[in-house]
Structure formats: structure tokens, C-alpha cells
Design a protein around this ligand. Structure first.
Ligand code: IPE
Ligand code: IPE
Ligand code: MG
Length: 259
């Protein structure tokens, strides 16, 4: 299994365009409420927004897009809303997976999907198999996902392997069992809807991710909104623990060496 660099052990290469964008799509309910519509209308419009953002990511050369669709805590919502969210997820899977494949997109779901309806599980598995060799965009949906669940399941898997007994274990041994163990850590995190929290999303992987929060409600988030987030990202100085002076010195050195 290939291992991608860890931001706490290595310094990742940084481009003007983030390689991996992770999004908490929040504000569907409020979007609907503003229009005197049921919350589900907001979720439906939210699916449309996902379609637009996928297209925009491809156009901008983003390699990984990971979206939070349903958290391990969202079961706490009213039964009726959870039921409708599940229905919507199934309809979206049935409608969209073939289109994702036609567009060369790799589709994956992370989270404890065993809690879902067998129909949903089958659709997810079929979609993952169908798109397994695609490389244009790695599109991952976090469903019944929680960052703590992810770390716990990785620990359990790691301990089930015998190899750690001989050598002990380190950060890499654990991170390779995380649900996104093979993907680069997110460069840019976006949360719509105005809340400034992580809500148990990719806790481990967000260690050095640039965080961007916007008041825009998810159904209104479009290509221009994504560009604003990228523009903010491009203003950041990613130091990974170093000083600004060190960064400036290594830039000068690279220039002298013609890099
Ligand atoms: C995000 O929108 C979608 C899910 C959590 C499934 P919300 O449903 O949380 O919308 P708000 O935050 O109530 O506006
Ligand atoms: C986070 O949104 C989870 C998803 C977007 C799927 P929530 O709206 O559930 O977050 P909290 O509970 O307000 O933090
Ligand atoms: Mg919310």
C-alpha cells in the first residue's frame, strides 16, 4: 500500500491549487427555512450544489474532493429527517454514479456504512467497484462518518495485525488504516453555513489543513464561491512549524538553483 506524506513528519509539496479539498456542507436547513420550504428541499438543492462543485473541482485541477454528507451524530435528528436524508442519498446514488463514471471520477464512501439499508450499501459498493480505476477526480463522500470513529477503527485494525508486536507502532502504522489512508491530507477545508467548528470531520487529517469558513449556505455555494475559498488559501503561508524566514531562505535557495 502506498503511503502519502504526513504533515507532521514531512513537509508536503504545495501548489497554488489545493490537491485535496474537504468540505462540510452546512446550511441546507436554513436555506430552506428562508424560503418557507421544508428542510428536505434544502437537502435536495444541496445535491445540486455538489454537482456544480464536482465540475468546478475538475476544471481547476483539484485531485481530491471529500464531502461530509452525514455525520455519526446526525442520527440524533428527528426520525423523519433521517429517513428522508437516507432516501435522498439512495436516489442520488442511483442517478449519479453512472454519470460520475462517464466523467472519469473515482467514487468512494467513508464511514460506518453497515448501519445503512442494504439497498444503499449495494449501491455504494457497486459504484466503488465501477469507478475503481478512474483517476480524474477522487470524489469521497463521508457518510455515517466521524473522525473519532475513524481513529478508533484504525487503531483496532492496526492492533489486529501482528507486525506491531515486533516493532511497536508509530504514526504511519496507524494512519495507513484510516479511512483515507491513501489520500494526501486535505490542503483546504471549507465549511459553509457560518459555524466555525470541525463537527467530528477528518480529525486526524486536518492537522495542518488551511481552514476556511463562509456564511454562504451550502445550496448557494457555487464555482465562484469555490474560487473565493481558493483565493483565501493562496494568501496563506503554510509553515508546518517553521518560521517565515526559513521559508524565504528556501525560496531564495531554489531560485539560485534554478528550481
Ligand atoms: C447540512 O445542512 C446537511 C446535513 C447535515 C445532512 P443542515 O441540515 O445541517 O442545515 P442547517 O445547519 O440546519 O441549516
Ligand atoms: C455537520 O453538519 C455534518 C454534515 C455536514 C454532514 P451539522 O449541521 O450536523 O453540524 P453541527 O451538529 O451543527 O456541528
Ligand atoms: Mg447544520
Amino acid at each position: 500500500m502506498s503511503q502519502t506524506p504526513s504533515s507532521t513528519r514531512d513537509i508536503p509539496e504545495i501548489g497554488a491549487i489545493p490537491r485535496h479539498v474537504a468540505i462540510i456542507m452546512d446550511g441546507n436547513g436554513r436555506w430552506a427555512k428562508q424560503r418557507y420550504l421544508p428542510r428536505t428541499a434544502g437537502h435536495r438543492q444541496g445535491v445540486e450544489a455538489v454537482r456544480g462543485v464536482i465540475r468546478a473541482c475538475i476544471e481547476r485541477g483539484i485531485e481530491y474532493l471529500t464531502i461530509f454528507a452525514f455525520s455519526s451524530e446526525n442520527w440524533r435528528r428527528p426520525e423523519e429527517e433521517v429517513k428522508l436524508l437516507m432516501q435522498l442519498f439512495l436516489v442520488a446514488l442511483e442517478r449519479e454514479v453512472a454519470k460520475l463514471h462517464e466523467n472519469g471520477i473515482r467514487f468512494r464512501v467513508i464511514g460506518d456504512i453497515s448501519k445503512f439499508d442494504t439497498k444503499v450499501i449495494d449501491c455504494i459498493r457497486q459504484g466503488e467497484v465501477l469507478t475503481a480505476n478512474n483517476t480524474r477526480l477522487h470524489f469521497t463522500v463521508a457518510a455515517n462518518y466521524g473522525g473519532r470513529w475513524d481513529i478508533m477503527q484504525a487503531v483496532k485494525k492496526m492492533l489486529a495485525e501482528d507486525s506491531w508486536l515486533a516493532d511497536g507502532f508509530d504514526e504511519l502504522a496507524l494512519s495507513r488504516h484510516l479511512a483515507m489512508g491513501n489520500a494526501p491530507e486535505p490542503d483546504l477545508f471549507i465549511r459553509t453555513g457560518g459555524e466555525c467548528r470541525i463537527s467530528n470531520f477528518l480529525l486526524w487529517q486536518l492537522a495542518y489543513t488551511e481552514l476556511y469558513f463562509t456564511e454562504t449556505l451550502w445550496p448557494d455555494f457555487d464555482a465562484a464561491s469555490l474560487d473565493q475559498a481558493i483565493a483565501s488559501y493562496q494568501q496563506r503561508e503554510r509553515r508546518f512549524g517553521r518560521t517565515s524566514e526559513q521559508l524565504a531562505a528556501s525560496l531564495t535557495k531554489n531560485r539560485v538553483n534554478g528550481l
